[in-house]
Design a protein around this ligand. Sequence first.
Ligand SMILES: [Zn+2]
Length: 376
Amino acid sequence: MTNDPTAKPLAELGVADAQGVARLFADVKNQFTSELDVKQSANDWEELRGAWLGRKSGVLTRITDNWLKPSPPELKRAVGQALNELKAHVEAALETRRLAIEAAADQASLEREREDLSLPGVIRALGTRHPLRQTFEEIEKIFLSLGYSVVAGPEMETPYYNFEALNIPEHHPARDNMDTFYMSTPPGAAPFAEGAQGKPLLLRTHTSPMQVRTMEKQQPPVRIIVPGKVYRRDNPDATHGFIFHQIEGLAVDTDITFCDFAGTVEYFVREFLGPKVKTRLRPSYFPFTEPSVEVDATCVFCGGKGCNVCKQSGWIELFGAGMVDPAVYGFVNYDPKRLSGFAFGLGVERLTQLKYNVNDLQLYYQNDVRFLRQFA
Ligand SMILES: [Zn+2]
């Protein structure tokens, strides 16, 4: 920059008095102002600061070297003062610009971070209650409203509670229908303490053992339901599983009649399947009830006209039930002359299938969310 006055000694610029000095500095200040106007970016700021305040070759250093140091004594004071003012002005202007650049950067990053409320939200998958669990809860609700309480019992049982105390002695043919998982005892180990007469424990084949366990501990009136898992050695297919679910029911008191039993069954079926459904009781056999019945309902799919599900009969089988066999009372020290009651065993899978018309049992156990979501 050959025209740059700051590159030249003061003597060559024809400045003779304080006014000349003031004019000279005014020109430099104007030069700074015009550069500041043009150079706005953060990078420009660094460049500008170097050009004006740089220690080796900045404008102010040049002025000090070329103008102040060689100035004649009569002008020294004026040059020094003007230089200080210029320096203060340049520093202040650069600081103001620096703050403005920083504020703009902050604002820009805020803009970037601000959430865009117009974007679609992230859809989080909600879990649903399993259809079997829904059936459990629905049935529990119905019986709780009738004054029953819910009890739970061990899934590992003794043969006594699973069979004998329910009037199913050893070699009774009913045991054949309930292919049982027995727990094996490690070689040399003592037999399970709870196993009656050292017989191996088993996985309960029904929820009925809790009838006995409850009556052992509690005097009538008894009104309980027992929801839970049961186990049988079946090969899994559309209608079998080696684990399935039951809800046992038991009511015992001093004056419970068959009418109470039939009324309770009918009330439950209507509450569960709908008010139009009719029930009928068919004679059946269970070792621990007498008389025993199968509870049928008019087919929920055809309304009783006949369809494939009900095999054109108009009726579907719901569950087994009956009046408690007096022999069972003998195991729990209840007086069969004074007490009577009824029991039932609801198959949770069966009732769920009837409700939703999903007939492959395995679908309930595979936990495929595409299946489970349909029950939301
Ligand atoms: Zn039908």
